[in-house]
Design a protein around this ligand. Structure first.
Ligand code: FES
Length: 359
């Protein structure tokens, strides 16, 4: 009761007026970083190495204690995590929550694979450098890749690599909700040693949860209609959630055709399917380069620009920029658009022909 009253006072217009122009959160965090009226922050409570193989990017599960402003999450949702990687500039990256549904202010986990191509990066910071006690910035949980409130009797969860994290959150939530139906959990990893959550999954198997951990490099079958039929029968009518890298997701989409039973989330964006040719011009900086067919973000970086970005997967909108003219293809959906003065997410937009971007 006292906490709720305090929060109401801190969020009041009178307090906002007194703390203008910086807002109350700017002052509160200097008194206690876990105090917030509007912002969401979290203290790192624990870091557990899930996969740590020599010469391979580490995978770590980070437990976060959020401020009381955290509104909770539904299994399958993602959150933007911001850290001051070089001490001053905040860099954000989107991660799926890997723990079961959380309530407001409740602890949760994210499971991150360090990004070897991008150093420093938020994921490398969390996997290699972060320590319990450090603070990170958070968004509220977002995304509609979630289980419905009434979970169907029979469901299928398909994942590949780090795409297992939102589905692990769903599986953990189902365990907590004591779902009595039949769950088939299908996960693709490079090898047993690369398998995240291996021991926990072994402990969950049984009692209506059918777990298949597949390692195609060791001879296990790739995902195909024939394999799904053998395993599940009329699979395309069973509600299915799938998340993984682009090649797996393309195979899942092809297998389910246009079935409405399928919900998908890309864990890595597909490589651009834009068409090379023409010129890409950056209006604000006066830079130009030949259009290679890659996404605008990749091409802008190759041209020496440093546009803002977060997830690089079309999720967080932090890379949004105005396309002044030209045609772009959304590399996730294949849709094209040639409206002038249109806001586009440059991480998933690849130009076809000449294009002018306000960067
Ligand atoms: S960087 Fe997140 S949508 Fe582009």
């Amino acid at each position: 009761m006292a906490v709720a009253l305090g929060t109401r006072i801190l969020r009041s217009n009178a307090v906002a007026a007194l703390t203008t122009p910086h807002g109350v959160d700017r002052y509160l965090k200097h008194i206690n970083p876990m105090w917030a009226a509007h912002e969401v922050r979290a203290r790192i409570v624990d870091i557990h190495h899930e996969v740590d193989l020599p010469g391979e990017p580490r995978v770590a599960t980070v437990t976060l204690q959020p401020t009381s402003t955290w509104a909770g999450h539904r299994a399958g949702q993602h959150v933007s995590v911001g850290v001051e990687v070089d001490g001053t500039r905040r860099t954000t990256r989107v991660f799926s929550v890997s723990s079961a549904d959380s309530k407001p202010g409740e602890r949760f986990t994210i499971t991150v694979r360090a990004n070897p191509d991008r150093v420093p990066s938020v994921s490398s910071f969390l996997a290699y450098e972060a320590k319990p006690g450090q603070m990170v910035h958070l968004s509220q949980a977002e995304g509609d890749f979630v289980l419905p409130d009434r979970v169907p009797e029979r469901i299928v969860l398909i994942s590949g690599g780090s795409g297992i994290t939102p589905l692990m959150s769903m599986l953990r939530s189902l365990q907590r909700r004591t779902h009595r139906g039949q769950v088939t959990f299908l996960h693709y990893a490079r090898s047993e040693d690369h398998q995240i959550f291996r021991e926990e999954l072994a402990g969950i198997a049984g009692n209506g949860v059918d777990i298949h951990l597949l390692h195609p490099e060791a001879g296990d079958p790739n995902l195909s209609p024939a394999y799904l039929t053998k395993l599940l029968g009329e699979y395309s009518e069973i509600p299915t959630w799938a998340c993984g890298p682009a090649p797996l997701m393309e195979a899942v989409k092809a297998a389910y055709a246009d079935s409405e039973a399928l919900s998908t989330e890309y864990f890595q964006p597909p490589k651009s399917t834009g068409v090379a040719g023409g010129q890409i011009s950056y209006a604000r900086t006066g830079t130009e380069s030949a259009n290679s067919g890659e996404t605008v973000l990749e091409q802008a970086e190759a041209a020496g620009l440093t546009p803002e970005f977060g997830c690089r997967m079309g999720i967080c909108f932090s890379c949004t920029a105005t396309k002044k003219s030209g045609l772009v293809r959304n590399v996730l959906t294949g849709e094209t658009s040639e409206l002038p003065d249109e806001d586009i997410r440059i991480c998933v937009s690849a130009p076809e022909g000449d294009c002018v971007i306000d960067l």
